[in-house]
Design a protein. Structure first.
Lengths: 114, 116
């Protein structure tokens, strides 16, 4: 299965600032996904990122708050903009692999906004 | 719309006991995939199994087994002879072609604590 490197693993940020999370995959993948997991909650899809097109955002998530880049088939970034304490969550990237392995997830970025 | 329900929020068992985690799903599609993931305290999501809607065979992998029943829309997960290392949050998830992008819909998770 694909190996995903996600950085940073954790960060503590001041409110009003922005953080960019990187996701690097060791193979080319068509679809990448960004999820948010608020404390004690399940995972919620933020957006789907396909190379060469604008990301598709789920209801409740907007591009101005969570801009995403997908410059090639192995890399994507998610920026959390103008952060508030409510943005404190684990953010995970995921790739779609067809076949027996299912979806692979990065190790997550644990974000705390103070 | 697809939905995954994990009614058990938290479960505690004593080491070596068997434990079953329940998962009930809803989807209008006839082609779909079901997953189980493990999230240990470190936070990463570990893939355990994927099952497609056309394969109702139960599966066993070591101490883990899965019971897929389309008649009751359930995909339950049993850990036999539980160990402390099994302590984690377990998520059941679903994707179907109706979602278009094959996004995963997660249940709320079941937190399993295995007490030594």
């Amino acid at each position: 299965s694909a190996v995903i490197s996600q950085k940073p693993s954790r960060d503590i940020c001041q409110r009003g600032t922005s953080l960019t999370i990187q996701c690097q995959v060791d193979s080319q993948v068509t679809m990448m996904f960004w999820y948010r997991q608020q404390p004690g909650q399940s995972l919620t899809l933020i957006a789907t990122a396909n190379q060469g097109s604008e990301a598709t955002y789920e209801s409740g998530f907007v591009i101005d708050k969570f801009p995403i880049s997908r410059p090639n088939l192995t890399f994507s970034t998610l920026t959390v903009s103008n952060m508030s304490p409510e943005d404190s969550s684990i953010y995970l990237c995921s790739v779609d692999e067809t076949g027996a392995y299912g979806y692979t997830f990065g190790s997550g970025t644990r974000l705390t906004v103070v | 719309a697809q939905k995954v329900t994990q009614a058990q929020t938290e479960i505690s068992v004593v080491e070596k006991e068997d434990v079953t985690l329940d998962c009930v799903y809803e989807t209008r599609d006839t082609t779909y995939y079901l997953f189980w993931y493990k999230q240990p305290p470190s936070g990463e999501l570990v893939f355990l199994i994927r099952r497609n809607s056309f394969d109702e065979q139960n599966e066993i992998s070591g101490r883990y087994s899965w019971n897929f029943q389309k008649s009751t829309s359930s995909f339950n997960f049993t850990i036999t002879a539980s160990q402390v290392v099994d302590s984690a949050v377990y998520f059941c998830a679903l994707t179907d072609s109706g979602a278009g992008s094959y996004q995963l819909t997660f249940g709320k998770g079941t937190k399993l604590s295995v007490i030594p």
